[in-house]
Write a new protein. Structure first.
Length: 176
């Protein structure tokens, strides 16, 4: 099974689980390079021990929804969007249709540092509309498809929960 990962800095990785070797772990192919990985659940609360090609790492994975993850490996953190092959294909088909409304949600709990979007403003796909601080890191909140800002549901200084809707976008009428 292949997975497609995208970080908040727009780094993209293709990860294929080439072979499940049971207790021996997994044989992975990451962007064309093969490696051996063993991942052990430490506490069933998102803490893992990872051995990657013989090197050991402490890993924390927080799933904020079905596709959004907050990953910390050896003290370095990333906000990651993950899709499998089927989700990626379905997304490509859906993207061919007419523009859709969008709800921009918080990927994790935190505090809104700034909101750069205004009601009535047209924002593009991938455009930063707010900054969310979580765990002392500032994360850009971006639109996925773009559209016209219909309503701002948060302001600077607001505390938000994971999955909370921050901004509602209407379809961009010029995109049709």
């Amino acid at each position: 099974m292949k997975y497609f990962l995208k970080t908040q800095s727009d780094r993209r990785l293709e990860v294929e689980v080439a072979e499940d070797q049971g207790e021996q772990g997994f044989r992975l192919v990451v962007d064309g390079e093969e490696c051996q990985a063993v991942l052990r659940d430490v506490d069933r609360l998102g803490q893992y021990a990872l051995v990657l090609d013989g090197r050991s790492y402490a890993v924390s994975i927080e799933e904020t929804d079905e596709q959004h993850l907050y990953v910390n490996i050896a003290g370095e953190s990333w906000q990651v969007i993950a899709e499998d092959e089927r989700e990626k294909a379905a997304g490509a088909i859906a993207a061919q249709g007419p523009p859709k409304a969008e709800q921009i949600k918080a990927a994790m709990p935190g505090v809104i540092i700034s909101v750069s979007a205004e009601e009535g403003q047209t924002v593009g796909a991938g455009e930063t509309v707010a900054v969310l601080e979580a765990m002392k890191m500032q994360n850009e909140v971006q639109s996925q498809h773009g559209g016209v800002v219909e309503s701002l549901l948060v302001a600077s200084g607001d505390r938000v929960e994971a999955g909370q809707v921050l901004i509602k976008l209407a379809p961009n009428p010029d995109a049709e």
